[in-house]
Design a protein around this ligand. Structure first.
Ligand code: NAD
Ligand code: SER
Length: 318
């Protein structure tokens, strides 16, 4: 990666990945973009920033040409819960956007990273330690776009030689930017509420396991995979990766070790609960470990210590 374009750069991942890439590759070599702009945003203020709607191929092509881009990190998308509210928009942004990115990449010789998700699996997939290659029949529009996206990226690699790579991210937990409407968002909100109000009403039911990861590991995964020796990659789109698997009661218990007054209750949202139940309890990430050395650093205990410390500072809570 020498000249990088990030789409959807103001989102939960992009806001941190952009800063990370600017540090690693130089601010002049990273072009952040999104469909909107934000006041006082580090992404907008501290480097190159462009408005790009990924549904418009010429907007992507113009920026690729203008900055001589060789790698597109494509993050613009609608997540699972938001997608269920407007499936047509989810299809248009997730599939239309990806198709445009791949076409520009084919014509202008760029590599492409785009994340898939645990949502690419469904109720027919194996539930525990879901293998890298398994049945994928997701039940959400988000999941449908993620499987289709994986296939499309593999197609562009096989048919046109585009260097496409991707991972299936689990729920990502971070303190910089709030998540954008996913099913796993509870695992971020719980930290904010524990610090602010010492209580949290969880919309996911007790005993519902999902894979999760702390953002620093997710950022490393993107760079590590994009810098990996392509001759070692048997898979490309997309690698299972995970750092931990837990249910709401486990994250609550971990927070309680630091905030003993913290109480969690349940107010289950049937839509997001049904989505969570259709996803794996845990992923088998051995292909990523073998093919490009995936090795996350944060487990639930370490992440909780860091999240609480960072959020105390951010929210100015003693
Ligand atoms: P997010 O919702 O936080 O951010 C998405 C960004 O895309 C937003 O800033 C939004 O303004 C932008 N966007 C929406 N429509 C656009 C358009 N037409 N053109 C340009 N930009 C547009 O999402 P995120 O959590 O940062 O996720 C990024 C990617 O990672 C997505 O593909 C998502 O499916 C995937 N992913 C995320 C998670 C997670 O837990 N955050 C887990 C698995 C996979
Ligand atoms: N965090 C994402 C979601 O819940 C997983 O892709 O939608």
């Amino acid at each position: 990666m020498k000249k990088i374009l990030v789409t959807g750069a103001l989102g939960q991942i992009g806001s941190e990945l952009t800063a990370y890439l600017r540090k690693l590759y130089g601010a002049d070599n990273v072009v952040a973009s999104d469909i909107r702009t934000l006041k006082d945003s580090d992404v907008v203020e501290n480097g190159i920033y462009e408005l790009v709607n990924v549904e418009n191929a010429s907007e992507i092509a113009n920026i690729v040409k203008k900055y001589n881009i060789d790698t597109i990190i494509h993050l613009a998308a609608l997540l699972s819960a938001t997608g269920e509210k407007d499936p047509v928009k989810a299809w248009n942004v997730n599939m239309g956007g990806l198709f445009n990115v791949l076409e520009v990449a084919r014509e202008m010789n760029c590599a492409v990273f785009t994340p898939s998700s645990i949502a690419a699996f469904g109720p027919n997939s194996r539930k525990v330690k879901t293998p890298q290659d398994d049945i994928q029949r997701p039940t959400t529009i988000y999941g449908v776009t993620k499987v289709s996206g994986e296939l499309l990226c593999d197609y562009y690699h096989r048919r046109f030689g585009v260097d496409t790579r991707g991972v299936r991210f689990p729920g990502l937990i971070s303190y910089v930017t709030l998540p954008g409407g996913g099913t796993t968002d509870y695992a971020v909100h719980i930290y904010y509420e524990a610090l602010k109000n010492k209580r949290y009403d969880c919309y996911i039911a007790e005993g519902t396991y999902m894979d999760m990861m702390y953002m620093p590991d997710a950022l490393d995964a993107v760079v590590q995979l994009m810098e990996a020796d392509p001759s070692k990659l048997k898979h490309r789109n997309a690698f299972n990766i995970t750092a931990m698997s837990f249910a709401p009661e486990h994250i609550a218990a971990e927070i309680k070790k630091h905030i003993p007054e913290f109480e969690m209750n349940y107010d289950v949202d049937p839509v997001r609960q049904a989505i969570a139940e259709s996803w794996p309890d845990s992923l088998d990430d051995s292909a990523a470990r073998e093919e490009w050395g995936w090795n996350p650093k944060f487990d639930l205990a370490l992440m909780t210590v860091d999240m609480l410390a960072r959020l105390r500072e951010k929210l100015n809570i003693k």
